[in-house]
Design a protein around this ligand. Sequence first.
Ligand SMILES: C[S@@+](CC[C@H](N)C(=O)[O-])C[C@H]1O[C@@H](n2cnc3c(N)ncnc32)[C@H](O)[C@@H]1O
Length: 212
Amino acid sequence: MTDREVRSVVSRTAGDAEPPPTSFTEEYFDRRYARAPDPWGLASRWYERRKYAITLASLPRERYRACFEPGCSIGELTRLLAPRCDRLLAVDFAEDAVRQARAAVRDLDHVEVRRSTLPAQLPDGPFDLVVVSEILYYLSRDDLDLMLDGLVGLLEAGGDLVAVHWRTTDPRHRYDGHDVHLAIEARGELERLVHHSDEQFVLDVFRRTGAA
Ligand SMILES: C[S@@+](CC[C@H](N)C(=O)[O-])C[C@H]1O[C@@H](n2cnc3c(N)ncnc32)[C@H](O)[C@@H]1O
């Protein structure tokens, strides 16, 4: 990282940018997958491997009954979450991502990959784990609100919501992990258990309050 990038990371604060005016479209992501089957290098980059390792190590419980993973892309994180869950539902709206994710988990009977547009097609709960990785900052403010309402609604009391998002070093202050996690934190029904923040990403684990 250059000195300039370090300075811009340090100067970023949560809440210093706005969500995109409209949510990124399915067509935008279809184009990305048409140009490169793994547009973010999820299967190859150290950033992703390190992020996945920290995400898995941050899950408070060894096993979960039912996990929901929105925006699963090609199924890299899906495969890693699978051994920790009795049942796992992973969704994405990009057809090519769904095809690749299904291939990645074809040997895992307890994992289902569904093509869904979020937040309109959120599944019915309850889930005791939701893992939301690198998707929320693609949503407009209205869709983000609906998504967070929906995710909290399908999480059972005592269930865990894990959010992990990239922090931009862009000095123009694009909406990023800082800002998205601030929006989650603002929800009254969630108690924060874990907070990890470094120069690359921010990760939080929240527990849905109201457990008996
Ligand atoms: C950066 S990738 C996610 C990477 C993956 N969660 C991980 O961390 O390994 C973002 C994914 O979210 C999907 N996505 C974005 N907006 C969506 C929406 N509104 N509904 C469903 N999927 C969406 C995209 O198609 C893309 O595959």
